[in-house]
Ligand binder design. Structure first.
Ligand code: KG4
Ligand code: ZN
Length: 331
């Protein structure tokens, strides 16, 4: 069975082609560089860029996979969460393809796509805890099986990726900030700035206080000291994000006794955070899984995977309306 996944919820235009449950035939991702000059994603520009490039991205994906639209059995498209105009482009495109080639088109929840990106290469031991960390979401989820999710905690303000993006801006780095912070942090001292665990007793996360603490500290330094300690600040915020995530994960492990921990979403691409998670799991005797780096940030293959798994279980949904704040269905 061949599944085409279409992703356009934010600033990546992507088509991925998956054979059965785990054979990636192609995964073409176009990251819209145009937003970096604005320091963040401009929704209207994102929609227009998706419109301009989506057809070319599909052609490339089909070429690389060595197949034609006629060979595709199923189309999956992200319907939320995301930017409404951006979502609409992918949905309209998927609907058009479905009509023209007489193929079923199913809706995919972007968060479920990120989670299931882990299940392409790994035989994840269930039940598992999922740490979903992206630019828009920070959610700790207890997952009994594919389709069976329960959210244990989420951010009450900024998402983890958003905190990286905002601190990067304070440090004068480019957008997206996560990869820039990671690069700079490798030269810095992570113990330079002590940052707290936010709302310690709650299962939820909070990152805006940490970001503000970094801002006041950095702005309070002379130009010369700012230059001297830029890498130290980057390393300190990276450590603080990892510490905050792992603190709440520890609480959730004690309560829920999962067999494994997985990390999903754009922040999962951070090698320091992956290493910290790996060590944490090793010390506690549970398995740790992370997606390959190419499947951490937004991509079409994760959408194809979620479409395929839902279709297989007959839990697919055909509600092809964009839903900017779409939630995971919890059981
Ligand atoms: O999952 P994603 O591509 O889009 C959303 O669904 O939000 O995640 C993008 C987020 C951005 O905030 C970006 O700064 C962050 O993931 N990110 C990283 C890294 N690569 C991307 N954060 C830390 N380290 C990275 N290497
Ligand atoms: Zn995403």
């Amino acid at each position: 069975m061949i599944t085409l996944g279409i992703e356009s919820s934010c600033d990546e235009t992507s088509c991925g082609i998956l054979e059965n449950s785990d054979r990636i035939l192609s995964n073409i991702v176009l990251t819209q560089e145009i937003h970096s000059q604005f320091g963040g994603v401009v929704p209207e520009i994102a929609s227009r860029e998706h419109n301009k490039f989506i057809y070319g991205i599909l052609e490339k994906a089909l070429n690389e996979a060595g197949c034609k639209m006629e060979d595709v059995d199923l189309i999956g498209v992200t319907t939320g969460p995301g930017l409404i105009g951006a979502l609409m482009v992918g949905i309209a495109f998927a609907k058009g393809l479905g009509l023209a080639y007489n193929k079923p088109v199913v809706a995919v929840n972007h968060i479920e796509g990120h989670i299931l990106a882990n299940f392409i290469e790994h035989d994840v031991k269930l039940p598992t805890l999922v740490m979903m960390v992206s630019g828009g979401h920070t959610e700790l989820i207890f997952m009994k099986n594919i389709g069976k999710y329960h959210v244990l905690g989420r951010t009450i303000d900024d998402a983890a990726g958003e905190a990286f993006d905002k601190v990067a801006r304070i440090l004068g780095l480019g957008y997206p900030g996560g990869p820039e912070i990671e690069k700079l942090a490798s030269e810095g001292d992570e113990n330079y700035l002590k940052l707290p665990i936010a709302i310690k007793k709650e299962p939820d996360f909070s990152f805006s206080g940490i970001k503000t603490a970094v801002m006041y500290h950095f702005k309070g330094l002379s130009k010369e000291m700012q230059e001297k300690h830029r890498a130290d600040v980057a390393a300190s915020i990276q450590k603080a994000v990892a510490d905050n995530l792992l603190y709440k994960i520890e609480m959730a492990i004690k309560k829920n006794m999962p067999k494994s921990l997985i990390i999903s979403g754009g922040v999962a691409a951070n090698k320091y955070i992956r290493k910290r998670f790996e060590e944490f799991c090793r010390e506690r005797g549970i398995l740790f899984f992370a997606p390959p780096l190419t499947l951490c940030t937004d991509n079409g293959i994760m959408v194809a995977k979620a479409a395929f798994e839902n279709f297989k279980r007959k839990t697919e949904t055909y509600n092809l309306n964009p839903v900017p704040n779409l939630k995971l269905i919890e059981v």
